[in-house]
Design a protein. Sequence first.
Length: 688
Amino acid sequence: MNGLYYSESIGSIKGVGEKTEKLFNKLGVYTISDILLSFPRTYISYDEPLEREEDIPDGSDGPVALKAVAVGKPILKRTKRMDITIVKAALKDSPLDLLWFRSPYIRSKINDGETYIFYGKVVYESTCPKMEQPLIFTEQEYNEIKTGLQPVYHLTKSLTNNAYRKAVKQALSLAEFPSDYISVQKKAKRDLISIKDAINGIHFPSDTENLIQARKRLVYDEFFRFFFYMYTDKEQKAPAENRFPVTDIDNDSLYKGIIENLPFELTKGQADAVDDIKKDFAGSVSSERMIQGDVGSGKTMIAFIAMAMQVINGRKACIMAPTEVLARQHYETFKEYIELFKLPFNVVCLTGSTKGKERKEIYASFKEDGPLFIVGTQALIQEKPEFKDLSLVITDEQHRFGVKQRRDMSLKGEEPHIMVMSATPIPRSLAMILYGDMSISVIKDVPARRKPIKNAVMKASEREKAFMFMAKQVSEGHQCYIICPLVEASDKTEAENVTEYAKDLRSYYQNNRMDINVGLLHGKMKNEEKNTVMSEFAAGEIKILVSTTVVEVGVNVPNATVMMIENAEKFGLAQLHQLRGRVGRGDAQSYCIFMDGSDGKDTSKRLDIVKNSNDGFYIASEDLKLRGPGDFLGIRQSGDMNFSLADIYQDSDIMRQASDDVKEYIKNIPAGYAEYLKFFSSTTYTNL
Ligand code: ADP
Ligand code: MG
């Protein structure tokens, strides 16, 4: 072998020293295949640079490239909040002001009298044009990237896009690729390029057409691996006998106690789902059911009732949530329900932060005879504890888990019934492919007395109005969420960004003599810290919670009435809808404020869709209509279904093809496929 084997560390790439390697590691990039599979976030096409102010298109809101000569040395201005670097430059017909925040290193990059290409948005605040945070290129550097689409990667502090790009280029030229497992005939039939060309093309597309082709192949592969896991799993598993039957539950006095004391009347959708589950449990084989219902449709109660049916029969039933915060929340809810319904059963909660003696005791309780409600995260399956009579396994917000995890979990018990709950609105025909043999219950209605959420799209200039609105809601006893912008600039992390936002908001309220407890939540915090913040928010101590998207899935604080999303234009519509679903869960009127940080028309069209509808199904279909084929640049994935490139709506045709092809393929798997899977194994794909 003369190239680099793909499992070698990225440190073996020329130009990636120890320091750079550590930066890549921070992004989860360790090996050659990791870097090859860390696809660009978006692409930029660089045009011929403009040399005159009069050439800058009027009212243009996109970035432009300006060629200008630096005049004098950069000036570093230190303010209380941050350092600002100012550079004066000259276009052919006008001066140009340039500035950067928190980037003192700019000083050493720019020399008086030299020509540079500055790439960024132009704003007019004084007499001459101004650019904030533009990218800087020498003329020679700019000439190199002028052709084709240039990749933009997810970065971390001190790792520039340029350095990232160079490392990818090196890796591409050196890496040994696994041989393509798809036959030439099949590639021709499905109009697919080779895996090697696809990985090249996704990083450095020669043009848009090439990018579309590259993506198509990778999307196909992603679905292929998904169905491969799913179908090989199923092959081995004939439907098992129902070892945990439940019959005549309606006449059970404990069950009656639940139904008679429900804190609310079940919606028709909930009642139907409960009936479906009853039939499953009374059937002859162990069941697999998917409960699909929009955010706020009340899936938790269905889970509780289903688990109770089994627990009443002396068995154990468990529910797994994708995050610790959610697991804790379910645990608290279940404790309340057990008390409310006067059930003589225990509930335990096992997460990553359950340690030592407590963990041991919980494990011991799994092995004992007798009924038990179990709540937890993936930690439940990690150490493969033993269970006695585990009769039902529910995964909540299923798209965060994958087929494989589900399989792991069911192996731990003795063919328990399986239920998954998802808020991803997908058409039945797609659901049948994606979930294989699962039965599906769809909850179409939301609890009746709930008032529809009122939505607004606001501009940055109206932010104070929004803050004041929230203060008023707080004074009326309610609570609010603010979801912080996604971070783009290379020199700030998401955590730093929300932390700063919360600080600014606190001083804003202080300056206005308002005493409002502002909390903070982001992914970099320790689990214990997160739990504390979430329980303080749930208890109503924290009034406004500034957070990253960690609150996206499943969090239930019915007293919260405002959801404000910064830079809403940067999120996928499905994700916006999920986020909005955190409010409108109680009796009070709720509000969602989408802050539009762009000035483009297209984004406002997209935001109008979520503004004008609260229906997840409708939003998903409209979202699709707005996107042309291949129009995926810059639109963030919603995170649905754990696919990294594939989109179950937009790529449903490719999905069907991959599903068909896998069925054909697993009858005769070529030896090379294992090697190919290894190539992909270090990526998020393993979650499948
Ligand atoms: P999701 O389907 O998003 O998981 P939850 O189960 O968290 O929704 O329910 C959202 C909120 O609605 C909770 O506060 C829950 O108590 C309440 N709820 C659930 N079902 C009903 C119902 N039938 N009537 C009134 N409120 C309900
Ligand atoms: Mg939920």
